[in-house]
Design a binder for this molecule. Structure first.
Ligand code: COA
Length: 374
């Protein structure tokens, strides 16, 4: 057997996908993500990713109707979640909530071959995940959870469920754009996790629970929360240069910078930065944008590392009045679509994912009975 070893699987083609590509800019099913962000909505993009084509108005209405049905089961899920200790981190509650959601899906046992089984499970999750997040966030603050308004967009409902306030049209659009940009990104760590779980013949819920676990890490989805901690630690624009030069001199890893695939520019970060600027101006927070700009320039000049999507999204969520502990859970709200699309794709043309390892352990040796060991 020829041995191919790439630490971290860097550069390895580990499977085929028709869902998205990062070659020549990010495209979902062939459409440039910037065009989708400008022209469409998160729900249209979800349909595109899950079903392969953009929906007609009728398709979209049917899709939304299935989504709305799942909202009822959220009451039982949230009831169970209310038993969890209140200091439990939100990402852990998301993981548990998704696992519980499986028990309230009457079709949870339908296997991958059943027509639309995985699509319906994905819609069930898209319906309940915002409620799980908003419930937990409000519950820990002693606040009641409101109800989604079927007349509002997914993004507007998400924001109003969390904050209890109806968003402005700019806030709604900014959230919608961030959901679109976070929805899918080919074989990233959490998506690959979901595909590995699916490849064993396991179910969509198990794959998504595992993906949430992978997303939680600070080198993946957890970075957006760490970005805000960095910006707060810096404190003001006039301290930014000294802070970042010191951090780089100490070989500190600057959260929100660098990417395994994008070496020159993450197009999602470029796109979202514009919304940060618009919201910062409305909020009178342009100083925070200046702070971020100084860091960006110096990290690029010194390390040639571009900002990734987590860099602007942390500021965007901050301007939307959202608390830091829900930033990575918001990533889940969106990425559940990409994960589900990959579960569907993997199960349609499955082969067990089972690589080899290179052994670097002890040479063969004889067992010494316990009684004879020193
Ligand atoms: N800050 C400072 N240096 C960084 C860096 C960062 N954010 N990201 C990478 N580097 C440096 C590494 O120190 C390393 O330098 P060296 O060769 O002098 O040792 C080099 O760039 C390569 O880094 P490496 O960790 O091997 O690259 P990777 O492809 O494995 O890592 C990430 C990709 C995303 C894990 C990495 O860039 C990172 O940790 N970023 C911060 C976390 C983050 O924002 N994650 C969200 C990703 S969307």
């Amino acid at each position: 057997m020829t041995e191919h070893y790439a630490p971290g699987l860097e550069g390895v083609i580990a499977g085929e996908t028709a869902i998205s590509t990062v070659e020549g800019g990010l495209r979902y099913r062939g459409y440039a993500v910037e065009e989708l962000a400008a022209e469409s909505t998160f729900i249209e993009v979800a349909y595109l990713l899950l079903k392969g084509e953009l929906p007609t108005q009728e398709d979209l209405a049917d899709f939304e109707a299935v989504l709305d049905e799942s909202v009822d089961s959220a009451v039982e899920i949230c009831d169970l979640l209310s038993q969890i200790p209140v200091h439990t981190p939100v990402m852990d509650v998301m993981r548990t909530g998704i696992s519980i959601a499986a028990h309230y899906d009457p079709h949870a046992e339908d296997d991958h071959d059943h027509a639309d089984a995985d699509l319906n499970k994905a819609l069930h999750l898209m319906g309940v995940i915002p409620l799980i997040l908003a419930f937990w966030h409000r519950h820990t603050q002693g606040l009641e959870l409101g109800e989604p308004d079927p007349e509002r967009s997914y993004a507007a409902n998400l924001l109003s469920l969390i904050t209890g306030k109806v968003p402005t049209s700019l806030e709604e659009k900014a959230m919608d754009v961030s959901l679109i940009l976070y929805a899918e990104h080919e074989f990233n760590a959490s998506t690959f996790t979901a595909r590995v779980v699916t490849s064993t013949g396991s179910d969509l819920y198990s794959a998504i629970v595992a993906a949430v676990g992978a997303l939680k890490g600070p080198l993946h989805g957890g970075a957006n929360e760490q970005v805000m901690a960095v910006l707060e630690e810096i404190g003001s624009a006039d301290r930014a240069e000294a802070w970042i030069r010191n951090a780089l001199a100490q070989k500190r890893r600057v959260m929100g910078f660098g990417h395994r695939v994008y070496k020159d520019c993450d197009p999602r970060a470029v796109y979202l930065k514009d919304y940060c600027g618009q919201l910062a101006e409305r909020r009178g927070r342009l100083e925070l944008e200046q702070r971020a700009e100084i860091i960006e320039q110096i990290v690029w000049n010194e390390k040639k590392l571009p900002p990734n999507l987590d860099w602007p999204s942390a500021r965007l969520y901050h301007y939307l009045g959202l608390d830091v502990p829900i930033y990575t859970p918001l990533f889940v709200v969106s990425r559940v679509v990409g994960w589900s699309a990959h579960v569907i794709e993997q199960s349609r043309d499955n082969r067990l994912i089972r690589p080899r390892s290179r052994y670097i352990g002890a040479e063969p040796r004889a067992y010494v009975p316990l009684s004879e060991r020193d």
